[in-house]
Ligand binder design. Structure first.
Ligand code: CO
Length: 146
């Protein structure tokens, strides 16, 4: 495993729409392992592929209840809302209040291509929305309420 460089705001790669991940191979597993190590070292709760320079539709999150790897995630359901502080490893040292759903349900694939469903409330819902936004070139600063 290896620590990867985290791309910061201003890099075009953070503003592109990521391509569907088609192959569930050793290369994907290696990138996911690197992303995990990179996220934990940076003390983040989520990391998306474009943040390590890859325009691919996958991300990882860990809000303290274990690592979740989401390949080709799609938000299926949301409810409620919450407003709270949010930051991003690609925008170091900053945070702002962002409105997100209180609950989200996501379908995705795991690193082997198996279908999975992940649900979350509060911080987990926020992290899921934040990371999935990255896959569409959206940063939390786009959603800050003035
Ligand atoms: Co982020």
């Amino acid at each position: 495993m290896a620590i990867r460089n985290i791309v910061t705001k201003g890099d075009d790669v953070l503003r592109k729409i990521c391509r569907t991940q088609m192959k569930f191979d050793d290369k994907l597993a290696m990138v996911l392992d690197d992303m995990r190590e990179t996220m934990y070292k940076a003390e983040g709760v989520g990391l998306a592929a474009p943040q390590v320079g890859l325009l691919r539709r996958f991300c990882i999150i860990d809000v303290g209840d274990g690592l979740i790897e989401l390949i080709n995630p799609v938000i299926m359901e949301t409810s409620g809302s919450q407003i709270g502080p949010e930051g991003c490893l690609s925008i170091p040292g900053e945070s702002a209040e962002v409105e997100r759903p209180m609950y989200v349900k996501v379908r995705a694939q795991d690193r082997f291509g198996n279908n999975i469903v992940v649900e979350g409330t509060e911080l987990k819902a926020r992290a899921l929305c934040h990371e999935i936004d990255h896959l569409d070139g959206i940063l939390y600063i786009d959603k800050v309420k003035r």
